[in-house]
Design a protein around this ligand. Structure first.
Ligand code: CS2
Length: 483
């Protein structure tokens, strides 16, 4: 992150210069010790989990975070000179900045492997959290660890210097077992259904495939991987935010973050004893997270992806702009109310229709500039979680799928457009997508055939379902004609 202003830098020595109306850590930074390791401290982590831990630290100083980027030094280079401090701005009619002090150590695993493993093994560390995005788990289309993924293949042969998040966790747990570090709670905070179960299974699969059955058995007993649902709309840091922070603070923050005021963290019961009391910091602990998680992924995230692809095809830039187009807003509302809601079994405390109203209001928040291109990234990883399950359920129940196929069609049209224009396509399987659509004649039937033929993208049973293929082809014909 380039520092372009001549203002003094935000850091401990300059905390006293922060204007009095901007909240600062309500605890003595000197008394904080590290009890949490986080893998993947991007904007979402710093806007979401760090805000909870920051609240918790005011009551209990044992839970400072060691933030670990796996490869990129960008977060470390931005936050180290700031003693881990940064600004989180809640974007509302009046933006509300505050100084977050939860990150007490910041490392890049590729540069400091020994320190990272030491932290993962330390008996003081009682919680590991992860935000490594959907693709960061190296799971196959069946939700299990993909042992042929390049990073996992690396971790099979060189387990001590891992490449993947699952590899770091597995090696950290190996060290923890050897040094008697005790049990550990691990929370995946990514938008994947059954995120905890899948991560736990992936770690055990890797340990087993590395030939360490004893470790696999130890992990099954000593590590807990509760499911979680995380929610807070977090637009990427942009120049407008930097300008706002400079003006309000009179200090330079190399990497402030922003989010909407709304935030939710639902965690399944089952954290190991001795884990931080996240409920006291506002998280909701519950016996079964799945219904919350499913409602959020299938409604909010699916509607987001729908707006992203349809909006980008129209040349729109942000979620709020897409919501200002009456037909797009009506379409996502119908999609949620009529097509997605029937696939959900909400928990008793969740009123689905009020939840949908709240999502629509959040999408319209005029204080947020959430770029559609940010949401459009990694479609191959996001759409299965967000939409394909709903489509499978609707097919099985004999409900209509016409509207549900539109976002899939819009994604395909978006991929096609990016490749044809030679514009970037952010997706871990971008090359395969580009290969599949190269020299493609423009008719809907061929487009659908090509995409459904890409190995591992659509579940095999769905790709074979005649009603899906026919409805998706109709939707694709309409989306292409509209452009
Ligand atoms: C978005 C999510 O970028 C995306 O794909 O749909 O990041 C979304 O903003 C969050 O899940 C909201 O909690």
């Amino acid at each position: 992150m380039a520092i372009s202003s001549a203002l003094p830098r935000l850091c401990r020595a300059n905390l006293s210069r922060v204007p009095g109306d901007i909240p600062r850590p309500a605890y003595d930074l000197d008394t904080v010790t590290i009890g949490v390791v986080h893998l993947g401290p991007g904007a979402f982590h710093r806007a979401h989990q760090c805000a909870y831990i920051d609240r918790l630290l005011a009551r209990d100083p044992r839970w400072g975070i060691c933030a670990v980027s796996l490869k990129s030094p960008a977060v470390r280079d931005a936050l180290l000179p700031q003693d881990g401090l940064y600004i989180l701005v809640e974007m509302d009619a009046e933006p509300r900045p505050r100084v977050i002090g939860a990150i007490r150590e910041v490392l890049t695993a590729a540069d400091s492997p020994a320190q990272v493993l030491e932290r993962l093994a330390s008996p003081q560390t009682r919680l590991v959290t992860l935000t490594v995005t959907e693709k960061g788990y190296a799971l196959g289309a069946d939700g299990r660890l993909n042992l042929t993924h390049p990073d996992i293949r690396h971790d099979l042969t060189r387990p001590k210097v891992p490449a993947s998040a699952v590899g770091w966790l597995t090696e950290g747990l190996r060290r923890r077992r050897a040094s008697g570090g005790g049990d550990l709670s691990v929370l995946s905070c990514d938008n994947i259904s059954d995120n905890g179960r899948r991560l736990g299974a992936a770690v055990i699969t890797l340990a087993t495939a590395q030939g360490d059955a004893d470790l696999a058995a130890w992990i099954a007993q000593m590590a807990a991987f509760p499911n979680t649902m995380v929610d807070a709309i977090t637009p990427a840091t942009d120049e407008a935010l930097r300008i706002l922070v400079r003006a309000r603070l009179g200090l330079e923050d190399a990497w402030p973050v922003q989010r909407e005021p709304y935030s939710q963290w639902v965690i399944e019961d089952g954290l190991k004893p001795g884990a931080p009391d996240l409920a006291s910091a506002g998280a909701i602990l519950t016996a079964d997270v799945r219904p919350f998680e499913q409602a959020k992924l299938r409604l909010l995230n699916a509607a987001h992806s729908t707006l992203a692809y349809l909006g980008l095809l129209r040349g729109l830039e942000t979620v709020a702009e897409a919501m200002a187009a009456p037909d797009l807003a009506a379409f996502v509302e119908d999609l949620m109310r009529q097509d997605i809601a029937p696939s959900l079994t909400p928990p008793p405390q969740l009123d689905l229709f009020a939840y949908i109203d709240a999502i629509l209001t959040r999408f319209r928040n005029p204080a947020i500039r959430h770029r559609l291109i940010q949401i459009a990234a990694d479609g191959s990883q996001k759409l299965p979680v967000r939409l394909l399950g709903t489509i499978e359920d609707a097919l099985a129940a004999g409900r209509p799928i016409a509207r549900l196929c539109v976002p899939i069609a819009a994604w395909m049209a978006f991929v096609l457009r990016q490749v044809r224009r030679g514009e970037p396509l952010a997706d871990p399987v971008a090359e395969r997508l580009a290969e599949a659509v190269r020299d493609l004649p423009g008719d809907a039937g061929t487009i659908v055939d090509r995409f459904l033929g890409i190995d591992g993208l659509f579940p095999a049973s769905l790709a074979r379902a005649p009603r899906f293929r026919a409805t998706l082809t109709d939707a694709t014909a309409v989306v292409i004609a509209d452009r």
